[in-house]
Design a protein around this ligand. Structure first.
Ligand code: TRP
Length: 350
């Protein structure tokens, strides 16, 4: 966690940028964000970031999404299912409203010049700085894997992701702010040493409340508490049905003492755009059965058109591949141009 002072400063900066965008200055901004292709995207991704990406895309900001395939092996020993995960990630994006004519979608592994930025960038950070990144430490502990060199240095790799396309805004959750600070620092140090090539980078903090998993814990596929965008209505109903509530029949919204019941109310509330406290009052003595019915209908209702679109995309893998190939081609053009500027700034022109 960054200290309060730097969080306050990041929030102020983020609000200024949101105001500037709202004032009609969208064209000043280039967004870069992404996901690791380790499985299907779920409601946490959808309400936490996908909605915001689509909003920024439709405001006319240059939007870029990286499918971070090299990041999969930061803390895993296998790339099993990676191709399937990448194709499905593109389907999730498009179904949720990402428009490939406006947003560039690409993968790490297809853009060599982007990865090559890693060499000069690594020279701009010290081992001590890498070691004290709180997010990297937390991720290593959560994964139960030893600290690989790639996990230790992946914040630098994210700087390559963001800076190769001169990204200056990155939508992030609070826990990701240390990464943005690494990127901003690398950009500044490069510019100081070799001349200005890279922009100032800021995190765009989203205001959406964190949507918990069905049991009240952090939403994660590995906890079995996440509803995927790609699930069918029946799979959704089944997962909600087997989620754990408690023995109290009367439904109240009380996240601290009733995590399961409250997570269900939050989920229904966000899909229905209603206050979970009001929903609880409406159910009252109806108990967990009625609550689960409401959540199932709310989720399935909200995602019906998205899932219908996704279903169509599933039948057109050639189109999905075209989207990715086009994104990769454009990303390569941009990366080669930036790498040429970097070589020029460093005097490596022969
Ligand atoms: N680390 C992000 C995740 O876990 C994915 C990612 C890769 C990313 N490169 C990035 C996010 C650059 C923001 C900026 O999903």
């Amino acid at each position: 966690m960054p200290n309060e002072g730097s969080y306050e400063a990041a929030l102020r900066r983020s609000n200024q940028i949101q105001d500037d965008i709202a004032a009609g200055n969208a064209s000043k901004y280039t967004m870069l964000t992404g996901d690791r292709p380790t499985g299907r995207l779920h409601l946490g991704h959808y309400f936490g970031t996908l909605v915001e990406r689509v909003r920024l895309q439709d405001l006319g900001i240059k939007t870029n999404i990286i499918i971070a395939d090299y990041q999969v092996i930061t803390d895993r020993d296998t790339t099993e299912h990676i191709q399937d995960n990448v194709y499905n990630m593109v389907m999730d994006y498009l179904a949720c409203g990402i428009d490939p004519a406006k947003t560039m979608i690409f993968t790490h592994s297809a853009v060599p010049a982007e990865n090559q930025l890693m060499l000069p960038f690594l020279s701009l950070v010290s081992e001590a700085e890498l070691q004290r990144n709180p997010t990297v430490k937390a991720e290593m502990e959560a994964s139960g894997h030893s600290l690989t060199g790639l996990l230790l240095t992946y914040p630098v790799h994210q700087a390559c992701d963001i800076l190769f396309c001169k990204g200056n805004i990155v939508p992030v959750g609070r826990d990701q702010l240390p990464h943005i600070e690494v990127t901003a620092k690398i950009a500044r140090r490069f510019n100081e040493r070799y001349g200005k090539v890279f922009p100032d980078v800021a995190g765009l903090l989203t205001s959406t409340p964190l949507i918990p998993g069905l049991d009240g814990r952090k939403m994660s596929k590995s906890y079995g508490n996440a509803i995927s965008i790609s699930m069918t209505e029946q799979e959704t109903a089944k997962l909600i049905k087997k989620s754990r509530t408690d023995s109290e029949r009367f439904i109240t919204f009380d996240p601290d003492n009733r995590p399961g019941v409250s997570a269900l109310l939050t989920t229904a509330g966000i899909c229905l755009d209603r206050d979970p406290i009001e929903l609880a009052a409406e159910i009252g003595n109806g108990g967990a059965g009625q609550l689960k019915k409401m959540v199932t209908e709310a989720v399935n209702g909200y995602f019906a058109p998205i899932r219908e679109r996704r279903h169509e995309l599933e039948g057109d893998l050639d189109y999905i591949k075209d989207v990715l190939h086009d994104g990769n081609r454009r990303a390569n053009e941009i990366a080669e141009k930036t790498l040429a500027e970097v070589r020029e700034a460093m005097g490596m022109v022969y």
